[in-house]
Design a protein around this ligand. Structure first.
Ligand code: MN3
Length: 214
């Protein structure tokens, strides 16, 4: 199947000042859409042509050669779609239950979690992603950072929230200041409602997340 880019679930100017319309214009319409287009080219005529996006990511994780190219573009498509759903206008603030209790249980307090997430994001060298994840079937929440296109599905973990750490995500507003960007995203546009939804889904289902757009 050919993948169509997922429309942003919010207006492009609705995340400012954490993330401006110009950044989202470039990031969504150009950068993300290009991964989707490239993925369609790469899977045409292969065994992946009719597969679901999540299945393609899992099947090509750790591969080399042509399959690695498919992984990079499938995972970057998946990662961005998950990122768009990790954001919300008027988001941030104190997370609702059960998210707050789960975060406090894992990190002592919500403030400690935020500081640890920002610190881990800065530690990730070069391009990548920072994630809030959970083991399949439940368990303690933790922070994971991944390099380039890599994502938690490739490591058997359930992603709950993410922040894009590639420079294109923040260079217009924050220049090189990744820490300031990640903190602003968490504090003002994080979609905690979606994290709560995913926690419930993971508890009721087998923890297998489908394409974020589904
Ligand atoms: Mn990006």
């Amino acid at each position: 199947m050919a993948f169509a880019p997922m429309p942003l679930p919010f207006p492009k100017d609705s995340l400012a000042p954490a993330m401006g319309a110009q950044t989202l214009e470039y990031h969504h319409d150009k950068h993300y859409a290009a991964y989707t287009r490239r993925l369609n080219e790469l899977i045409a005529g292969t065994a992946h042509e009719h597969a679901e996006l999540t299945a393609i990511v899992r099947a090509t994780a750790g591969a080399s050669g042509q399959e690695a190219k498919i992984f990079n573009n499938a995972a970057q498509t998946w990662n961005h779609e998950f990122f768009w759903q990790s954001l919300a206008p008027n988001g941030g603030g104190t997370p609702p239950e059960p998210v707050l209790t789960r975060l406090a249980g894992a990190f002592q307090s919500f403030e400690t979690f935020v500081n640890a997430f920002v610190a881990a994001s800065v530690e990730e060298f070069g391009s990548g992603w920072a994630w809030l994840v959970m083991p399949h079937g439940g368990g303690t929440l933790r922070i994971l950072t991944t390099h380039d296109a890599d994502n938690p599905l490739a490591h058997g973990l359930v992603p709950l929230w993410t922040c894009d750490l590639w420079e294109h995500a923040y260079c217009l507003e924050y220049q090189h200041e990744r820490a300031r960007f990640v903190r602003a995203v968490i504090e003002t546009v994080a979609n905690w409602q979606n994290v709560g939804r995913l926690l419930v889904l993971a508890a009721e289902d087998d923890g297998t997340l489908r394409r974020p757009a589904d």
